[in-house]
Design a binder for this molecule. Structure first.
Ligand SMILES: [Zn+2]
Length: 380
Protein backbone atom coordinates (compact mmCIF):
# COMPACT_ATOMS: atom_id res chain seq x y z
CA UNK A 1 0.00 0.00 0.00
CA UNK A 2 1.28 3.43 -0.88
CA UNK A 3 1.79 6.38 1.39
CA UNK A 4 -1.06 8.33 -0.19
CA UNK A 5 -3.45 5.45 0.35
CA UNK A 6 -2.60 4.99 4.01
CA UNK A 7 -2.70 8.65 4.91
CA UNK A 8 -5.84 9.67 3.03
CA UNK A 9 -8.24 6.74 3.06
CA UNK A 10 -11.32 8.98 2.82
CA UNK A 11 -10.28 10.42 -0.55
CA UNK A 12 -9.13 7.05 -1.92
CA UNK A 13 -9.88 6.24 -5.52
CA UNK A 14 -12.34 3.68 -6.81
CA UNK A 15 -10.86 0.28 -7.74
CA UNK A 16 -12.03 1.08 -11.28
CA UNK A 17 -9.93 4.27 -11.48
CA UNK A 18 -6.94 2.51 -9.97
CA UNK A 19 -7.18 -0.35 -12.44
CA UNK A 20 -7.64 1.94 -15.46
CA UNK A 21 -4.62 4.07 -14.56
CA UNK A 22 -2.47 1.07 -13.72
CA UNK A 23 -3.18 -0.51 -17.12
CA UNK A 24 -2.50 2.84 -18.84
CA UNK A 25 0.90 3.07 -17.16
CA UNK A 26 1.82 -0.49 -18.11
CA UNK A 27 0.79 0.16 -21.70
CA UNK A 28 3.09 3.19 -21.76
CA UNK A 29 5.99 1.20 -20.32
CA UNK A 30 5.44 -1.75 -22.69
CA UNK A 31 5.23 0.54 -25.72
CA UNK A 32 8.47 2.23 -24.67
CA UNK A 33 10.30 -1.06 -24.05
CA UNK A 34 9.24 -2.60 -27.39
CA UNK A 35 10.18 0.57 -29.29
CA UNK A 36 13.62 0.82 -27.67
CA UNK A 37 14.27 -2.93 -28.01
CA UNK A 38 13.55 -2.70 -31.74
CA UNK A 39 16.08 0.14 -32.19
CA UNK A 40 18.74 -1.72 -30.17
CA UNK A 41 18.09 -4.89 -32.16
CA UNK A 42 18.53 -3.03 -35.47
CA UNK A 43 21.94 -1.80 -34.30
CA UNK A 44 23.40 -4.95 -32.75
CA UNK A 45 22.25 -7.33 -35.49
CA UNK A 46 23.36 -5.02 -38.28
CA UNK A 47 19.84 -5.13 -39.77
CA UNK A 48 20.04 -1.35 -39.99
CA UNK A 49 22.79 -1.73 -42.63
CA UNK A 50 20.61 -4.11 -44.60
CA UNK A 51 17.70 -1.67 -44.35
CA UNK A 52 19.94 1.20 -45.55
CA UNK A 53 21.14 -0.81 -48.58
CA UNK A 54 17.57 -1.79 -49.35
CA UNK A 55 16.49 1.88 -49.14
CA UNK A 56 19.37 2.95 -51.43
CA UNK A 57 18.40 0.32 -54.02
CA UNK A 58 14.71 1.35 -53.89
CA UNK A 59 15.76 5.01 -54.25
CA UNK A 60 18.09 4.32 -57.21
CA UNK A 61 21.07 5.32 -55.03
CA UNK A 62 19.63 8.84 -54.50
CA UNK A 63 20.73 9.78 -50.96
CA UNK A 64 17.89 12.17 -50.07
CA UNK A 65 15.20 9.80 -51.32
CA UNK A 66 16.91 6.85 -49.62
CA UNK A 67 16.85 8.69 -46.25
CA UNK A 68 13.10 9.05 -46.67
CA UNK A 69 12.59 5.39 -47.67
CA UNK A 70 14.66 4.27 -44.68
CA UNK A 71 12.68 6.52 -42.31
CA UNK A 72 9.38 5.34 -43.78
CA UNK A 73 10.31 1.68 -43.25
CA UNK A 74 11.57 2.38 -39.72
CA UNK A 75 8.32 4.14 -38.76
CA UNK A 76 6.19 1.49 -40.49
CA UNK A 77 7.83 -1.42 -38.66
CA UNK A 78 7.68 0.49 -35.35
CA UNK A 79 3.98 1.16 -35.92
CA UNK A 80 3.37 -2.52 -36.74
CA UNK A 81 5.18 -3.60 -33.56
CA UNK A 82 3.25 -1.17 -31.37
CA UNK A 83 -0.09 -1.59 -33.10
CA UNK A 84 -1.25 -4.30 -30.71
CA UNK A 85 -0.76 -1.92 -27.78
CA UNK A 86 -2.52 0.91 -29.61
CA UNK A 87 -5.50 -1.32 -30.34
CA UNK A 88 -5.54 -2.52 -26.73
CA UNK A 89 -5.53 1.13 -25.55
CA UNK A 90 -8.50 1.83 -27.84
CA UNK A 91 -10.39 -1.18 -26.46
CA UNK A 92 -9.51 -0.09 -22.92
CA UNK A 93 -11.08 3.36 -23.41
CA UNK A 94 -14.18 1.70 -24.84
CA UNK A 95 -14.49 -0.82 -22.03
CA UNK A 96 -14.25 1.91 -19.37
CA UNK A 97 -16.88 3.93 -21.30
CA UNK A 98 -14.37 6.74 -21.83
CA UNK A 99 -14.50 6.49 -25.60
CA UNK A 100 -17.46 6.61 -27.98
CA UNK A 101 -15.33 6.19 -31.09
CA UNK A 102 -16.09 3.49 -33.61
CA UNK A 103 -13.34 1.22 -34.89
CA UNK A 104 -13.42 2.77 -38.39
CA UNK A 105 -13.02 6.29 -37.08
CA UNK A 106 -10.20 5.14 -34.79
CA UNK A 107 -8.39 3.40 -37.66
CA UNK A 108 -8.73 6.56 -39.75
CA UNK A 109 -7.20 8.60 -36.88
CA UNK A 110 -4.34 6.08 -36.68
CA UNK A 111 -3.67 6.46 -40.40
CA UNK A 112 -3.75 10.26 -40.18
CA UNK A 113 -1.51 10.20 -37.12
CA UNK A 114 1.00 8.04 -38.97
CA UNK A 115 1.04 10.35 -41.98
CA UNK A 116 1.41 13.51 -39.88
CA UNK A 117 4.26 11.83 -37.96
CA UNK A 118 5.91 10.75 -41.22
CA UNK A 119 5.76 14.28 -42.68
CA UNK A 120 7.13 15.93 -39.51
CA UNK A 121 9.84 13.30 -38.96
CA UNK A 122 10.64 13.43 -42.69
CA UNK A 123 11.34 17.17 -42.58
CA UNK A 124 13.48 16.87 -39.43
CA UNK A 125 15.48 13.83 -40.56
CA UNK A 126 16.12 15.13 -44.10
CA UNK A 127 17.29 18.43 -42.64
CA UNK A 128 19.52 16.60 -40.18
CA UNK A 129 21.35 14.43 -42.74
CA UNK A 130 21.55 17.31 -45.21
CA UNK A 131 23.37 19.40 -42.58
CA UNK A 132 25.61 16.47 -41.56
CA UNK A 133 26.72 16.21 -45.18
CA UNK A 134 27.06 19.96 -45.74
CA UNK A 135 28.71 20.84 -42.47
CA UNK A 136 30.15 17.80 -40.64
CA UNK A 137 31.75 20.10 -38.04
CA UNK A 138 28.82 22.30 -37.04
CA UNK A 139 25.81 20.30 -38.19
CA UNK A 140 24.50 19.84 -34.64
CA UNK A 141 24.49 23.58 -33.91
CA UNK A 142 22.93 24.57 -37.24
CA UNK A 143 20.35 21.78 -37.11
CA UNK A 144 19.45 22.80 -33.57
CA UNK A 145 18.80 26.41 -34.68
CA UNK A 146 16.71 25.25 -37.67
CA UNK A 147 14.91 22.71 -35.50
CA UNK A 148 13.92 25.37 -32.96
CA UNK A 149 12.66 27.62 -35.78
CA UNK A 150 10.51 24.74 -37.02
CA UNK A 151 9.33 23.96 -33.50
CA UNK A 152 8.16 27.55 -32.95
CA UNK A 153 6.45 27.65 -36.35
CA UNK A 154 4.73 24.37 -35.50
CA UNK A 155 3.54 25.66 -32.11
CA UNK A 156 2.08 28.62 -33.97
CA UNK A 157 0.26 26.70 -36.69
CA UNK A 158 -0.76 23.69 -34.56
CA UNK A 159 -4.17 25.09 -33.46
CA UNK A 160 -5.15 25.99 -37.03
CA UNK A 161 -3.45 23.21 -39.03
CA UNK A 162 -2.61 20.19 -36.88
CA UNK A 163 -5.42 19.92 -34.29
CA UNK A 164 -8.23 20.28 -36.91
CA UNK A 165 -6.92 17.10 -38.59
CA UNK A 166 -8.29 15.18 -35.60
CA UNK A 167 -10.97 17.40 -34.04
CA UNK A 168 -13.46 20.08 -35.06
CA UNK A 169 -13.26 23.50 -33.44
CA UNK A 170 -15.60 26.45 -33.54
CA UNK A 171 -15.59 29.86 -31.82
CA UNK A 172 -17.45 29.83 -28.52
CA UNK A 173 -20.93 31.32 -29.03
CA UNK A 174 -21.96 31.53 -25.37
CA UNK A 175 -22.47 35.23 -24.50
CA UNK A 176 -22.38 34.70 -20.72
CA UNK A 177 -19.05 32.85 -20.90
CA UNK A 178 -17.54 35.37 -23.30
CA UNK A 179 -18.49 38.17 -20.90
CA UNK A 180 -16.89 36.29 -18.00
CA UNK A 181 -13.71 35.78 -20.02
CA UNK A 182 -13.51 39.48 -20.95
CA UNK A 183 -13.82 40.38 -17.25
CA UNK A 184 -11.14 37.83 -16.31
CA UNK A 185 -8.86 39.11 -19.08
CA UNK A 186 -9.31 42.73 -18.01
CA UNK A 187 -8.41 41.72 -14.50
CA UNK A 188 -5.28 40.08 -15.94
CA UNK A 189 -4.48 43.10 -18.11
CA UNK A 190 -4.12 40.81 -21.10
CA UNK A 191 -6.09 39.46 -24.00
CA UNK A 192 -6.40 35.97 -25.40
CA UNK A 193 -7.34 35.97 -29.09
CA UNK A 194 -10.17 33.58 -28.75
CA UNK A 195 -11.99 30.82 -26.98
CA UNK A 196 -12.97 27.78 -28.99
CA UNK A 197 -15.38 24.93 -28.55
CA UNK A 198 -13.39 21.72 -28.96
CA UNK A 199 -15.72 18.99 -30.25
CA UNK A 200 -14.33 16.09 -28.31
CA UNK A 201 -17.70 14.39 -27.75
CA UNK A 202 -17.64 12.77 -31.21
CA UNK A 203 -14.88 10.51 -29.91
CA UNK A 204 -14.63 10.65 -26.14
CA UNK A 205 -16.59 11.19 -22.95
CA UNK A 206 -13.55 12.77 -21.24
CA UNK A 207 -13.33 16.52 -20.66
CA UNK A 208 -10.35 18.79 -21.09
CA UNK A 209 -9.24 22.37 -21.64
CA UNK A 210 -5.99 23.91 -22.80
CA UNK A 211 -4.13 27.05 -23.77
CA UNK A 212 -2.58 26.59 -27.21
CA UNK A 213 -0.79 28.45 -29.99
CA UNK A 214 1.56 31.39 -30.17
CA UNK A 215 0.95 35.02 -31.12
CA UNK A 216 -2.01 35.34 -33.46
CA UNK A 217 -3.07 31.73 -32.89
CA UNK A 218 -2.97 31.91 -29.07
CA UNK A 219 -6.32 30.58 -27.86
CA UNK A 220 -8.09 28.70 -25.10
CA UNK A 221 -9.85 25.52 -26.20
CA UNK A 222 -12.64 24.04 -24.08
CA UNK A 223 -14.04 20.55 -24.64
CA UNK A 224 -17.76 20.46 -25.49
CA UNK A 225 -18.05 17.67 -22.92
CA UNK A 226 -17.10 20.32 -20.34
CA UNK A 227 -19.07 23.23 -21.83
CA UNK A 228 -22.31 21.24 -21.96
CA UNK A 229 -22.15 19.64 -18.51
CA UNK A 230 -20.54 22.14 -16.14
CA UNK A 231 -22.05 25.18 -14.42
CA UNK A 232 -20.97 28.60 -15.78
CA UNK A 233 -19.00 29.28 -12.57
CA UNK A 234 -17.16 25.96 -12.99
CA UNK A 235 -16.26 26.73 -16.62
CA UNK A 236 -15.13 30.17 -15.49
CA UNK A 237 -12.78 28.52 -12.96
CA UNK A 238 -11.30 26.34 -15.73
CA UNK A 239 -10.94 29.41 -17.98
CA UNK A 240 -9.20 31.29 -15.15
CA UNK A 241 -6.71 28.44 -14.77
CA UNK A 242 -5.91 28.49 -18.52
CA UNK A 243 -5.60 32.27 -18.38
CA UNK A 244 -3.11 31.74 -15.55
CA UNK A 245 -0.89 29.82 -17.98
CA UNK A 246 -1.15 32.74 -20.40
CA UNK A 247 -0.40 35.41 -17.77
CA UNK A 248 2.61 33.49 -16.45
CA UNK A 249 3.89 32.95 -20.03
CA UNK A 250 4.15 29.21 -19.55
CA UNK A 251 4.26 28.35 -23.28
CA UNK A 252 7.17 30.75 -23.89
CA UNK A 253 9.04 29.50 -20.82
CA UNK A 254 8.55 25.88 -21.87
CA UNK A 255 9.86 26.64 -25.37
CA UNK A 256 12.96 28.31 -23.87
CA UNK A 257 13.52 25.33 -21.59
CA UNK A 258 13.02 22.93 -24.52
CA UNK A 259 15.53 24.85 -26.62
CA UNK A 260 18.19 24.46 -23.91
CA UNK A 261 17.51 20.74 -23.57
CA UNK A 262 17.47 20.27 -27.36
CA UNK A 263 20.80 22.05 -27.71
CA UNK A 264 22.29 19.68 -25.17
CA UNK A 265 20.62 16.78 -27.01
CA UNK A 266 22.16 17.73 -30.38
CA UNK A 267 25.57 18.20 -28.74
CA UNK A 268 25.28 14.74 -27.16
CA UNK A 269 24.06 13.23 -30.46
CA UNK A 270 27.16 14.59 -32.20
CA UNK A 271 29.40 12.94 -29.58
CA UNK A 272 27.54 9.64 -29.88
CA UNK A 273 27.79 9.64 -33.69
CA UNK A 274 31.52 10.44 -33.58
CA UNK A 275 32.05 7.67 -31.04
CA UNK A 276 30.23 5.20 -33.32
CA UNK A 277 32.30 6.21 -36.36
CA UNK A 278 35.57 6.07 -34.37
CA UNK A 279 34.66 2.54 -33.26
CA UNK A 280 33.85 1.46 -36.84
CA UNK A 281 30.14 0.90 -36.23
CA UNK A 282 29.53 3.16 -39.23
CA UNK A 283 31.86 4.34 -41.96
CA UNK A 284 30.86 7.98 -41.81
CA UNK A 285 28.71 10.45 -39.91
CA UNK A 286 26.27 10.78 -42.80
CA UNK A 287 25.54 7.02 -42.95
CA UNK A 288 21.81 7.18 -42.19
CA UNK A 289 21.88 3.60 -40.88
CA UNK A 290 22.87 5.39 -37.64
CA UNK A 291 19.36 6.86 -37.29
CA UNK A 292 18.35 4.26 -34.64
CA UNK A 293 21.35 5.39 -32.59
CA UNK A 294 20.18 9.01 -32.81
CA UNK A 295 16.65 7.98 -31.87
CA UNK A 296 17.95 6.01 -28.87
CA UNK A 297 20.03 8.99 -27.72
CA UNK A 298 16.94 11.21 -27.85
CA UNK A 299 14.85 8.56 -26.07
CA UNK A 300 17.42 8.08 -23.29
CA UNK A 301 17.68 11.83 -22.76
CA UNK A 302 13.93 12.36 -22.57
CA UNK A 303 13.56 9.42 -20.21
CA UNK A 304 16.24 10.82 -17.89
CA UNK A 305 14.69 14.28 -17.96
CA UNK A 306 11.07 13.17 -17.66
CA UNK A 307 10.84 13.45 -13.84
CA UNK A 308 12.42 16.92 -13.87
CA UNK A 309 10.22 18.14 -16.74
CA UNK A 310 7.12 16.77 -15.03
CA UNK A 311 8.13 18.53 -11.80
CA UNK A 312 8.50 21.78 -13.76
CA UNK A 313 5.09 21.25 -15.36
CA UNK A 314 3.49 20.62 -11.94
CA UNK A 315 5.07 23.86 -10.70
CA UNK A 316 3.44 25.72 -13.61
CA UNK A 317 0.11 24.05 -12.93
CA UNK A 318 0.19 25.15 -9.29
CA UNK A 319 0.97 28.68 -10.46
CA UNK A 320 -2.01 28.63 -12.86
CA UNK A 321 -4.23 27.26 -10.08
CA UNK A 322 -3.19 30.08 -7.73
CA UNK A 323 -3.93 32.56 -10.47
CA UNK A 324 -7.41 31.05 -10.80
CA UNK A 325 -8.04 31.30 -7.02
CA UNK A 326 -7.14 35.00 -7.13
CA UNK A 327 -9.34 35.74 -10.13
CA UNK A 328 -12.61 34.05 -9.24
CA UNK A 329 -15.10 35.14 -6.60
CA UNK A 330 -15.07 31.84 -4.72
CA UNK A 331 -12.95 28.69 -4.91
CA UNK A 332 -16.01 26.44 -4.57
CA UNK A 333 -16.63 26.13 -8.35
CA UNK A 334 -12.93 25.36 -8.84
CA UNK A 335 -13.16 22.50 -6.34
CA UNK A 336 -16.36 21.11 -7.84
CA UNK A 337 -14.92 21.32 -11.38
CA UNK A 338 -11.83 19.38 -10.22
CA UNK A 339 -14.00 16.69 -8.65
CA UNK A 340 -16.16 16.45 -11.76
CA UNK A 341 -13.11 16.22 -14.04
CA UNK A 342 -11.55 13.47 -11.93
CA UNK A 343 -14.75 11.45 -12.01
CA UNK A 344 -15.41 12.02 -15.71
CA UNK A 345 -11.83 11.21 -16.80
CA UNK A 346 -11.40 8.36 -14.32
CA UNK A 347 -8.31 10.10 -12.95
CA UNK A 348 -6.61 9.03 -9.76
CA UNK A 349 -7.18 11.71 -7.13
CA UNK A 350 -4.46 10.29 -4.91
CA UNK A 351 -1.79 8.56 -7.01
CA UNK A 352 1.16 7.15 -5.09
CA UNK A 353 3.98 9.57 -4.44
CA UNK A 354 6.24 7.77 -6.93
CA UNK A 355 3.70 7.62 -9.70
CA UNK A 356 3.02 11.34 -9.32
CA UNK A 357 6.74 12.19 -9.28
CA UNK A 358 7.64 10.14 -12.34
CA UNK A 359 4.63 10.30 -14.61
CA UNK A 360 2.29 13.16 -13.78
CA UNK A 361 2.47 16.56 -15.48
CA UNK A 362 -0.28 17.83 -13.17
CA UNK A 363 -0.40 17.75 -9.35
CA UNK A 364 -2.70 15.11 -7.88
CA UNK A 365 -6.35 16.28 -7.88
CA UNK A 366 -6.47 15.75 -4.10
CA UNK A 367 -3.60 18.24 -3.69
CA UNK A 368 -5.15 20.79 -6.06
CA UNK A 369 -8.43 20.59 -4.13
CA UNK A 370 -6.59 20.86 -0.80
CA UNK A 371 -4.73 23.96 -2.04
CA UNK A 372 -8.03 25.55 -3.12
CA UNK A 373 -9.62 24.76 0.27
CA UNK A 374 -6.64 26.27 2.10
CA UNK A 375 -6.88 29.37 -0.07
CA UNK A 376 -10.63 29.63 0.63
CA UNK A 377 -10.04 29.36 4.40
CA UNK A 378 -7.32 32.02 4.30
CA UNK A 379 -9.68 34.44 2.56
CA UNK A 380 -12.41 34.13 5.22
ZN1 LIG B 1 -3.03 23.71 -16.64
Amino acid sequence: MTLAETTTPSSGDSPEARRYNRIQRWLGVADFVIGSAFLILLLITGWTDWLRDFALRRAFQNYTLAVFVYLFLLLLISKALGFGFDYYAFRLERSFQLSTQKLRSWLWDEAKGFLVGLVLAGIVVELLYFMIRESPQHWWLITWALFMGLFIALAQIAPVVLFPIFYKFEPLDNEDLRRRLVLLSEHAGTRVRGVYRWKISEKSTKANAALTGLGATRRIILADTLLDNYAPEEIEAVLAHELGHHVHRHILKSILLQSGITLFGFWAANLVLHYAVDHHMFEELSDFANLPLLALTATALSLLLMPALNAYSRFNERQADRYAFESIASVEPFISSMNKLAKQNLAERTPSKWVEMLFHSHPAISKRVAAAEAWGRAQN
